[in-house]
Design a protein around this ligand. Structure first.
Ligand code: C2E
Ligand code: CA
Ligand code: CA
Length: 685
């Protein structure tokens, strides 16, 4: 991935919702703190102001006592006097400078030392009452009773049911709902005696209601922006989530896209590197996807890719990664188990075999065909020069390219799985060369017709020929069709070439007619790639008519299709061609995909038995039986039989015995230039 892409991606993936979450949390925590502190300050104020009154009484009492003591009274007398003088019914408690009780008025006394005492405001020290307190436990300050029992107190304050007992609302509001005894302390004389005066904190209903009002208001004011922020954060997170989904979604299959694949594989490899595991990079390719689209439309094509995606998703293991690459290709990384390279390879092969078989089963009636190219990645392979594969920096694209090279190399129909090797790279370079040069070669007339005669084996007469192309190029000399026809078939150039060959033969035939030469029918190969084209028969007829040659002198060789079920197209085209007067023969019968079964449906003039029948170990064994049956079958169906690739005398004799009509093979003649063939024709036809 380029630096720019990487940067854009990083930006996209940045989690933008974090700031919102942090903001939301900060705001809600600070709101909560503001409310709590507000209430606390408020309560402190209410409680503090009440205590202040009580404290003033205590100070006054202390003042009177001190006056009396100065005039020589003892403390108990002074206290009694002060109490009487000030008409104060408060409990009091006096200790001398040693802390010993010298005077107690009333039944209760303060707790002096047992508990830590706190200060409300600055001036007043207060002490808990020995008779306990509201909450039933020691508390460190009076306002705590209020806060600790907030819910209980609030419930009492808001008890409207009692409301009816009161005459005015004011009375109800002023009702005391909490009474909390406490002691205020002041120095009683200059010698160190201490005076404690008992007070009762009375909290009225309205005090509580004020606090509640304050809390509710603050909450409301903060609640609105808080909800807004909350909703905003949730929406933000959702958008992020959707964005990353889109980022990794393939627009065609709806599954993972290539970006996902690249990143997942990179991550996997950088982890796997330490652990010395073997992986396989695989390119799974649906063969003839373009033909599929031509036949069924692009929507059906996409549906097929979609179903492939879902299939792979359901079938891959936890250690594997897959994604759609482009068009009809999927990338797949397989973790290969095995003690050595051989075992790993075998594992991968087996796994792919079953996957491909199941993929073909997705649409069994359409005969889907798949190829797979594999690039094995053994641990310590990084030394190999064609791999850019280091711990943190595997070049996923390059690896897939190698798997793709292996996949494209795959031209043998019976084999579906190919493992990458260096020869394939050479082949790929060759393909590149062919693609770069084919157009100019066609224009320059570098494609030449060679003709291979067909003989009647009985009377040894020349009865026909097949036109075979040769690429005669200044750079490489003569190139055989096996090296470039498959490439043309894959890239579509074959149509141009076949038209070119057909035109040359039509021209040749009309020249022979004009020159009144003895002539034989020439057969021309029509590649399978043509059958995707509508109006093929008409096209051929028009092309031949352009040269004014007779249709019966141009035979067309077709092979049964290997790709999905286009038999109907094949049958229709063959029928039309024959209706135009062209003889049609089935080429390579017995090789690859052709079947006896199809003979009954396709009306043909001739059957060309594939050279494979006459090669290999089984010479004249089981092949013999099949050849015999094929010939008698063709007879019954009124077809001629041509045997191809016949090289030796025994084969000729065998075929004559079976009544084979024509033989095309090196035994009689190799493919030759037109001029040479014309001489032969003059002699043998
Ligand atoms: P094909 O149509 O099956 O042609 C027969 C091939 O067998 C020719 O190979 C021919 O040279 C070879 N052959 C014939 N007799 C013998 C024999 O006794 N022994 C051996 N070993 N080989 C024999 P060639 O010319 O290399 O062509 C290969 C294939 O390329 C053809 O197979 C055909 O499929 C394709 N091809 C050639 N020319 C054209 C063309 O103009 N258009 C298309 N579409 N395909 C072509
Ligand atoms: Ca042929
Ligand atoms: Ca053939």
């Amino acid at each position: 991935m380029t630096k720019i892409k990487e940067k854009t991606l990083k930006n996209l993936k940045r989690k933008r919702f974090w700031p919102s979450i942090v903001l939301f949390l900060t705001f809600s925590i600070s709101s909560f703190l503001i409310i709590v502190i507000g209430i606390e300050v408020f309560v402190t104020y209410v409680v503090g102001s009440k205590i202040m009154n009580q404290s003033e009484v205590a100070q006054e009492t202390a003042y009177v006592i001190e006056q009396k003591v100065q005039y020589g009274e003892d403390i108990p007398h002074a206290v009694r006097y002060a109490n009487f003088y000030l008409r104060n019914a408060n409990d009091m408690y006096v200790v001398d400078e040693h802390g010993k009780c010298v005077m107690q008025v009333g039944d209760t006394k303060p707790i002096l030392e047992q508990y830590a005492l706190s200060v409300v405001g600055e001036a007043y020290e207060i002490y808990p009452d020995v008779s306990g307190n509201y909450s039933g436990m020691p508390i460190s300050s009076l306002k705590d009773i209020f806060l600790l029992n907030m819910s209980d107190i609030a419930e009492r304050a808001l008890n409207y049911s009692e409301y009816t007992y009161y005459e005015t609302q004011n009375e109800w509001l002023k009702e005391v709902i909490v009474e909390q005894p406490y002691w205020v302390h002041v120095p009683a004389d200059l010698r160190g005696a201490q005076l404690y005066v008992k007070g009762v904190l009375e909290i009225e209903r309205q005090d509580v209601i004020y606090v509640l009002y304050f809390g509710a208001l603050a909450f409301l004011l903060l609640f609105l922006p808080l909800t807004f922020m909350f909703v905003n954060t949730i929406l933000n997170i959702r958008t992020q989530h959707q964005m990353s989904r889109v980022l990794y979604m393939d627009p065609v299959t709806g599954g993972h896209n290539w970006l996902y694949f690249q990143q997942a594989v990179l991550k996997l490899f950088s982890k796997a590197w330490n652990r010395r595991k073997t992986y396989a990079m695989v390119d799974i390719h649906l063969v003839h996807y373009l033909n599929y689209i031509s036949c069924y439309g692009s929507e059906k094509g996409e549906e097929l890719l979609e179903s492939m995606d879902s299939f792979l998703q359901a079938r891959i293991k936890r250690t594997e990664i897959y994604a759609h690459n482009s068009r009809a290709d999927f990338g797949l990384v397989i973790r290969c188990r095995g003690a050595n390279e051989e075992e790993c390879k075998a594992y991968c092969y087996k796994r792919l075999r079953s996957l491909l078989a199941e993929l073909a089963g997705l649409q069994p009636e359409k005969k889907l065909h798949f190829h797979a190219g594999v690039c094995m990645l053994y641990p310590r392979q990084k030394e190999r020069d064609w791999l850019v594969f280091s711990r943190k920096n595997a070049d996923v694209e390059q690896l897939f390219n190698l798997a793709n090279t292996a996949q494209q190399f795959n031209h043998v129909e019976s084999e579906q799985i190919y493992f990458f090797n260096e020869k394939m790279l050479e082949q790929r370079r060759w393909e590149q060369w062919v693609e770069n040069n084919m157009q100019s070669a066609l224009a320059a007339g570098e494609f030449q017709v060679y003709l291979q005669p067909k003989y009647n084996p009985v009377d040894k007469k020349l009865v026909g020929a097949e036109a075979l192309v040769r690429w005669v190029c200044p750079e490489h000399g003569m190139i055989m069709p096996g090296r470039f026809i498959p490439i043309f078939e894959a890239n579509g150039f074959i149509r141009k070439l076949d038209d070119y060959m057909l035109a040359l033969i039509a021209k040749l035939q009309s020249e022979w007619t004009v020159e009144r030469k003895k002539a034989v029918p020439i057969s021309v190969n029509i590649s399978r790639a043509h059958f995707a084209q509508a109006g093929l028969a008409e096209h051929i007829s028009r092309l031949v008519d352009g040269y004014g040659s007779g249709h019966n002198m141009i035979e067309l060789e077709v092979t049964e299709s290997a790709f999905f079920d286009d038999k109907k197209v094949l049958i229709d085209t063959v029928k039309q061609l024959r209706a135009y007067g062209f003889p049609v023969s089935m080429d390579d019968f017995g090789a690859g995909y052709s079947s006896l079964n199809s003979l009954k449906d396709i009306p043909l003039d001739a059957l060309k038995l594939d050279a494979e029948f006459f090669r290999g170990e089984d010479e004249m064994g089981r092949g013999e039986i099949i050849v015999r049956e094929a010939i008698s079958l063709a007879r019954e169906l009124r077809m001629k039989v041509v045997a191809e690739g016949i090289e030796v005398r025994e084969q000729v004799d065998f075929l004559v015995g079976l009544g084979c009509d024509m033989i095309q093979g090196y035994y009689f003649a190799k493919p030759m230039p037109v001029s040479e063939f014309e001489q032969l024709m003059a002699r043998d036809a």
